[in-house]
Design a protein around this ligand. Sequence first.
Ligand code: NAD
Ligand code: UD1
Length: 350
Amino acid sequence: MKSILITGGAGFIGSHTCLLLLEKGYIIFIVDSFINSSDQSIERISTILKKQGINIEGRIYLIKGDLKKKCDIEKVFEMSFTLQKNIECVIHFAGLKSVFDSVRKPINYWENNVNGTINLLKVMEKYNCRNIVFSSSATVYKINTSEPVGENDPCQPVNPYGNTKLAIEKFLNDLYKSQPNSWRIACLRYFNPVGAHESGLLGECPLNRPNNLYPRITRVAIGKIDKIKIFGLDWPTRDGTCIRDYIHVMDIAEGHLLTLDHLLKEKSQFLTLNLGTGKGTSVIELIRKFEKVNNVKIPFSFDKRRIGDSPFVVADNSLAMSILNWTPKKNIDDACRDGWNWQLKNPNGF
Ligand code: NAD
Ligand code: UD1
């Protein structure tokens, strides 16, 4: 079976993807610095698979390492060679992702996200591994107002976090063009990943106070935050609040599996794909949906608009659907139910 390196595999999206990879029989090497996660997520993956009767002996290797240090990455590739389980492809989740922090600490963001990726690609090239799936974001797109956004629409991030994502996409494209017929690269632009694994054993567990709407809603529901402050009621949308494309994390994880299959069986290529549902939900709609599905109360009030927000960010997901034969299977009700189940069972995280 193929060996895959997962950078940032202990994090939110990485851990759900690792679970699916192990279910499908892959051997996985995970490198994570745990700057925004803990190794407990990996323990939980083992627990879930054990319950399913899936044996993962000799198929999961967890290495604490920081992509800012090239030697940490080399160690992982060396290990895979020694074990004769050579890494064939990298799924590159590792990165810092808070827009707010990135504005205050751009050096950290450029160093971690961009230098970390350059180190990774140097080592991959050295070890003759030229297949990579990169976690990009809808945040790379130019702010638009009312239409679903397609992969060829203009890009113009408005914060340092988004700039690092677009810079990495460009770097990967330069690399692809520099060596024709060599690299297989996919940049996956996620929209708003939410929800959790249906077991309630795995979910989003940021180490710091979350800034994003969905984890704030679950924290209000559990009583850790008083209420949601809705950023703006005067947007040009159906109820005056911003519309986003919330996608269940398991659908995102499955998108990675299909991308991996596709890349490894096709010739050299550079792919950019949106991973979203194509459906928009407003802030008020999401709160109401969460309340209804889970029979809980989510108090909210209105605040001024947040700088850098866009009224409408929804994916045109037709390219991913046709190239990968992928369809999001879960809806917003599933995401609300699974995220609450996770939060209820783990009020303090892992
Ligand atoms: P996360 O913070 O839960 O996971 C990222 C993981 O990377 C963490 O485990 C962290 O410890 C690790 N990491 C960070 N820097 C590292 C480094 N230098 N070396 C080793 N490990 C490092 O975030 P997530 O939500 O799982 O996001 C995964 C990726 O997807 C990120 O690159 C993020 O920018 C991107 N993304 C996320 C979202 C979202 O809403 N969650 C949306 C679009 C894109
Ligand atoms: C944010 C980031 C984006 C990143 C994405 C996933 C910004 C401007 N954008 O996207 O770059 O890729 O997270 O990590 O930060 N909201 C409230 N109250 C809250 C929190 C959010 O009303 O307490 C609203 C926001 O105004 C927005 C919506 O909820 O309209 C979703 O916000 P959020 O979850 O932060 O995601 P994005 O803004 O889509």
